[in-house]
Design a protein around this ligand. Structure first.
Ligand code: FPP
Length: 246
């Protein structure tokens, strides 16, 4: 177990949980078994992140593009999500975790939305880690939606287009009020962002591991966090400038 420096943890950790299908295939199991095992990893990682002091954890659980998967897999994933959210609320309460969802919620089945509403309401006053699930989420769609609403607000005089800046634009995104991720982990060896938080990841440190999501454990999480702590974040400045600021 690596020793982590509490003052150098990412405030916001985002994770692209990938490789459930390959994990299952390698074991001659059905893809859904990989997703079921993936849920166990979600449970453990959520608890670990809350325990070490991560402020915001955002998990990419279902993309806008995932609707195109075979119907049986989509149905199974929706059923898993519903079950997960329902069963996790007591644990979120125990761990003081607040729950949120980003994405096109109207595309989700009503039964899933019901569990989401319930979990959001019940955890609303918790003051610990914010756990956000990205569901039916696509970053381009999110930005396009923001542009459409900004144009409407400009046309109706609600906002002045000449005053539009990064802060105002961010306020039109699903992630309004959530700081940009400091650190992104993607499992399973794929090295791409896959339409996840494209605006928000501008200065995020990226970490890719070959480990499939069902095999990603606490030791892997600590290894990744240790890697983050050893990095220098310059935000476009030079090392010398950073040193003179601190
Ligand atoms: C990627 O594996 C994973 C997903 C599409 C969804 C992630 C879902 C879970 C971890 C389970 C449900 C989540 C929650 C929060 C309850 P993949 O199917 O793309 O794997 P592959 O690339 O190996 O085929």
């Amino acid at each position: 177990m690596h020793r982590l420096k509490p003052d150098r943890l990412p405030r916001h950790l985002a994770i692209i949980m990938d490789g459930n299908g390959r994990w299952a295939k390698q074991r001659m199991l059905q893809r859904i078994v990989g997703h079921q095992k993936g849920v166990e990893t979600v449970r453990m990682i959520v608890e670990e992140c809350s325990r070490v002091g991560i402020g915001y954890l955002t998990l990419f659980a279902f993309s806008s593009e995932n609707w195109l998967r075979p119907k049986t897999e989509v149905q199974a994933l929706m059923a898993l999500l519903k079950k997960y959210i329902r069963s996790e609320v007591p644990r979120m309460m125990q761990n003081n975790i607040r729950f949120a969802v980003i994405g096109n919620r109207h595309e989700l089945p009503p039964a899933v939305n019901k569990e989401i509403d319930e979990a959001i309401t019940r955890t609303a006053t918790n003051s610990g880690m914010l756990l956000t699930l990205a569901l039916s989420y696509g970053s381009r769609q999110e930005m396009l939606g923001a542009v459409v609403r900004i144009a409407a607000d400009a046309a109706s005089g609600k906002i002045d287009p000449s005053k539009l800046d990064e802060k105002v634009f961010s306020g039109y995104l699903f992630t309004d009020g959530i700081p940009d991720p400091d650190f992104l982990i993607r499992t399973s060896g794929e090295m791409r962002i896959s339409n996840f938080l494209l605006w928000q990841l501008a200065y995020t440190e990226l970490y890719f591991t070959d480990v499939n999501w069902p095999d990603f454990d606490a030791a892997q999480l600590y290894k990744a966090l240790k890697d983050y702590q050893d990095r220098e974040r310059r935000f476009g400045l030079t090392s010398e400038q950073l040193r003179s600021c601190s």
